[in-house]
Design a protein around this ligand. Structure first.
Ligand SMILES: [Zn+2]
Length: 146
């Protein structure tokens, strides 16, 4: 805001100084405008980088899934994880859980997560979301009263 105002009034002032033949003063104004311009460019780069970081965080938040205990990351259809719930909720960090025989452990905050055991069955592969959605869901159920 200040920079834009400074530039707008600065150029006008430089022009006026040149018109009045005060070249040295005009040059000084132009020089400070140039410095200001370089600073604004640098600030712009920093802001762009921050914006990109925020976009990454938002993207991450969209692809993160909570299973009631831990977080999983859906990375282009590939499920990654699990990640520590405590660390993510507290610090926004995805900390890989270290797998033990019966539990996962966060080596950052030492939280423990039980590994659910469902017999010896091979892990079920969930059907892709799209095919699940294609199934028709009955909206009206006929019930016979009495
Ligand atoms: Zn943790």
């Amino acid at each position: 805001m200040f920079s834009t105002l400074f530039q707008a009034t600065g150029y006008k002032r430089a022009l006026e100084l040149f018109e009045r033949g005060k070249f040295d003063e005009g040059k000084a104004v132009l020089k400070s405008l140039q410095e200001e311009f370089v600073a604004v460019c640098e600030e712009n780069e920093v802001l762009k980088a921050q914006l990109s970081e925020v976009a990454d965080v938002l993207d991450l938040a969209e692809n993160i899934q909570f299973d009631g205990q831990k977080y999983w990351l859906n990375d282009d259809g590939e499920k990654k994880g699990p990640f520590c719930q405590v660390c993510y909720d507290r610090d926004g960090l995805l900390v890989h859980l270290h797998e033990h025989e019966n539990h996962w452990e966060c080596q950052s905050c030492n939280s423990l997560y039980m590994i659910p055991r469902e017999g010896k069955s091979t892990p079920k592969r969930k059907a892709p979301l799209r095919t699940t959605l294609k199934k028709t869901i009955p909206l009206f159920l006929e019930t016979e009263m009495g």
